[in-house]
Design a protein around this ligand. Structure first.
Ligand code: GTP
Ligand code: MG
Length: 195
C-alpha cells in the first residue's frame, strides 16, 4: 500500500462531530495500551501520527485519520485502564456504542489484543459487540515481537479459546515495532476496501 497522505482529520466524542461519511472507515478497538495508535502509525509509516504514550489511557476520543483521501482509519478509545476515574471509565462504552451503531460507512471493526496475555472479560464483551454489529471478527494480536515464534501457536490458541473464535486464521500476530505481518494485514484490508 502506497501512503501518499495520512492526516488526523477529526477528533470526536459524539455523532455530530464525526466527519462526513463519504469515505469508508476501518476502526480499531482494544484495551488501553494494547497498541492501537502504534498499529495505525506502523501501517501508514508514520512515527507520530497517532499519539502514543507509555501512559495507558492516551486515546480517549474517536480519532479519524484520513488515508490517501481514499478511506479512514479510526482509533477508538481504549478501555480497561484501571487508573482512570470511574466517570472516565464509563465513558468509552457509550462513545464506542454510538459509533458502532450509527456509522453507515464503517466497513470493518478490528479488535486488538496483546498477544502475550489472555484477553479480558472486557475484550470478550467488545468482541461480542463487534460480531453482533455484523463485522467479520478479525483480531490483531499485538506486540508479537515480545514473544518467541515458538510460542505463537499456544498464544493464538489462548486468544481463540477466550474469545470463542472458530477460525484461528482470524487471529493475526502483529508487531508495530518490527512490522511483523504488516504486508499481510494490508492485503486483508485492501481486499475489504476494494482497493
Ligand atoms: P490507548 O491510547 O491508551 O488506548 O493505548 P493504545 O492502544 O493506543 O497503545 P499505544 O499505541 O499508545 O502503545 C502503548 C505502548 O505499547 C507504547 O509504549 C508502545 O510503544 C508500545 N507498543 C505498541 N505496539 C508495540 C509493539 O508492536 N511492540 C512493542 N514492543 N511495543 C509496542
Ligand atoms: Mg492510543
Amino acid at each position: 500500500m502506497k501512503i501518499r497522505k495520512a492526516q488526523l482529520e477529526k477528533i470526536a466524542v459524539n455523532k455530530k462531530q464525526y466527519p462526513s461519511p463519504h469515505l469508508p472507515e476501518i476502526a480499531f478497538a482494544g484495551r488501553s495500551n494494547v497498541g492501537k495508535s502504534s498499529f495505525i502509525n506502523s501501517m501508514v509509516n508514520r512515527k507520530d501520527l497517532a499519539r502514543i504514550s507509555g501512559k495507558p489511557g492516551k486515546t480517549r476520543t474517536i480519532n479519524f485519520y484520513n488515508i490517501n483521501d481514499q478511506f479512514r482509519f479510526v482509533d477508538l478509545p481504549g478501555y480497561g485502564y484501571a487508573k482512570v476515574s470511574k466517570a472516565e471509565k464509563e465513558k468509552w462504552g457509550p462513545i464506542i456504542e454510538e459509533y458502532l451503531s450509527n456509522r453507515e460507512n464503517l466497513i470493518e471493526v478490528i479488535l486488538l489484543v496483546d498477544m502475550r496475555h489472555e484477553p479480558t472479560e472486557l475484550d470478550l464483551m467488545m468482541y461480542n459487540w463487534i460480531k453482533f454489529f455484523g463485522y467479520s471478527g478479525l483480531v490483531i494480536a499485538t506486540k508479537a515481537d515480545k514473544i518467541s515464534k515458538g510460542k505463537y501457536q499456544s498464544n493464538i490458541n489462548m486468544i481463540k479459546n477466550k474469545l470463542n473464535i472458530e477460525d484461528p486464521e482470524l487471529i493475526i500476530p502483529y508487531s508495530s515495532a518490527k512490522n511483523i505481518n504488516k504486508d499481510l494485514v494490508w492485503k486483508i484490508l485492501e481486499d475489504k476496501l476494494l482497493i
